[in-house]
Every structure is written in structure tokens, then in C-alpha cells.
Design a protein around this ligand. Sequence first.
Ligand code: SF4
Length: 234
Amino acid sequence: MDDEKQLQLFDGFARDAIVSEREAPVSWHLDNEPVPEPAPRRTLWPETDRRDDLADLAAVAEAACDCRRCKLGGMRKNAVPGEGNPNARIMWIGEGPGADEDEQGRPFVGAAGRLLDRLIAAMGLSREEVFIGNVVKCRPPHNRAPEPDEVRACLPYLARQIELIRPEIIVILGGTALKALIDPRSYITRMRGKWIERGGIMIMPTFHPAALLRDPAKKHDVWADMQQVLARMK
Ligand code: SF4
């Protein structure tokens, strides 16, 4: 089955699930709402180098685009710092850019990205309301998983993005990101659907959209995980 057919499958599944499981709309920060008081600083990885010098998300993106802290910096076409709402209540974090992302400098723009877009839309949200990023900002060659030294070098950028955005929820997409961000001994098949609390932020691990393209049956698990996310957002 080709990617487009799999995406269509998710469309139908998601629409049915919305009708049966969602009753109330989710509220989000709107432009005309008062800006909330800054929350206390949230640090998920206290041992990571701090980048307090990066004052906002644009500064983080600029620093990542100039970065050569690890070997991936010399292999990329474009760094992919991540994008989205600076006041997002929810962040989505994958493992790293693929070929399409490397080409465009934007996260989740290939087939897996289109499926993620549909999942986000099925939840009643839009890409502009959330923030989407990755553990490493440059593409690992041949789509291999980022290596531990690359994760260590890049983590200060993600940590700073999380500090600046102060999301209520982080959705970790896939086992590689879970191992990099939470515990190298963890497995996505065991941890998905279970909340983790770190630094005052609730973290929900779930399958990566690329895994759903390979195995559409996992969409039911992901949708169940997202129901938990939606319930917490109300
Ligand atoms: S992956 Fe991260 S640490 Fe490595 S060069 Fe790119 S931005 Fe820098």
C-alpha cells in the first residue's frame, strides 16, 4: 500500500474517533488573550549546557543554523531548528530531520510529516498552534539514529526551546527520541501511552508517524495516546 492510501486510512479513522470520543473543543492561547505570567523555569536536563544567551526562539534557530558542535553540522544542507507557536501548550519532538526536512529546513514535511499534520488536525489543532521539533537539528546520514555525542551536543538547543516555550505537554515521537530524552534503556512499545513528569512538564511518548506508515495498525495506539493528551488539555 502506498503512503497516500495509508494517509487516507488515518483520515477516516481519525474522523470517526473525533465524532465518538471528543465532545468539547480544546482551548488554546489566542492573539487577543492576555499574555500569561511567565511560569517558573523548567529544566528537563539539568546537566545540559545552558544557553541563556539565546533570548528567543529566533536566536535558538539562528545559533542552530550556524552550529558545528557535532559532526552532523558538516553534512547537512539545512539545519532544522523546529517551528511553531512560541506560546504553544504542546510540543512534538521527533528524533531528527530526514531528507525532505534537510532539503527544506523545516521539520516533519515528508510523508511522516503529512501524517503528523493529519493527526494534529484530527485533534482539533493546527500546526501553527503547536511547536514541532527534533532532538538533533541536523540530518544524520542515511537516516540513522543520532549518536549519543550528537544528542549531547544538540540538547542545549532543545532544552532552551522548551524553557522559552514552557509547554504543558511534550509528545515524544518514537523510540529513538524517547531513549535520547528520557532513558536509553526505555522502549517505546512499553512506555507509549504512559505519562512521564519532568521539570513540571507532562510528557507522553507515542509511536513516530513513520512507524504508522509502516504499520497502520499502530494508529489506534497513537490515537488512544492522543486522547489522553486532549483530556489533559481541557
Ligand atoms: S546536530 Fe545540533 S549540535 Fe550538531 S551541528 Fe547540528 S545543531 Fe549543532
